[in-house]
Design a protein around this ligand. Structure first.
Ligand SMILES: [Zn+2]
Length: 127
């Protein structure tokens, strides 16, 4: 089984010989040679046996949430959101959902926070 980069915009399929796994404080991982994204690994080897690394199973393909605030003419901010979902196997991201104006807020931070929480709800609902 090759490894697949979790970065939605990369999704490189990597033979095991192409990646160098490393053990960091928060567990095993490898860095994608194409995009340098940290990819989590799990050791499924027996506690006293050799290390056997696999990528953790995902309940859904990885996704990327891009929450932004767009300044409006009246000084307020519209919450904008893009959600990119990767293909289950490889290739660039498959679907992008886009909301241009989820609501209007007095400041940029509130608009971004709203877009993020909207994304969280959305992703939980479909998981
Ligand atoms: Zn990558």
């Amino acid at each position: 089984m090759p490894f697949i980069c979790e970065n939605v915009e990369c999704r490189a399929v990597l033979a095991r010989g192409q990646v160098r796994s490393s053990h960091e404080d928060n567990g095993w991982c490898f860095y994608c040679p194409d995009c340098n994204t940290r990819n989590e690994l799990k050791n499924i080897g027996a506690p006293d046996g050799p290390v056997e690394l696999v990528q953790p199973e995902r309940s859904q393909p990885p996704h990327r949430v891009i929450a932004t605030a767009r300044a409006l003419d009246d000084g307020r901010y519209a919450a904008q959101l893009r959600v990119q979902r990767a293909l289950a196997v490889k290739g660039t991201y498959a679907v992008e959902e886009h909301w241009d104006e989820l609501g209007v807020f007095p400041d940029a931070q509130a608009a971004v926070a709203h877009a993020k929480s909207f994304a969280t709800d959305l992703l939980e609902r479909r998981a």
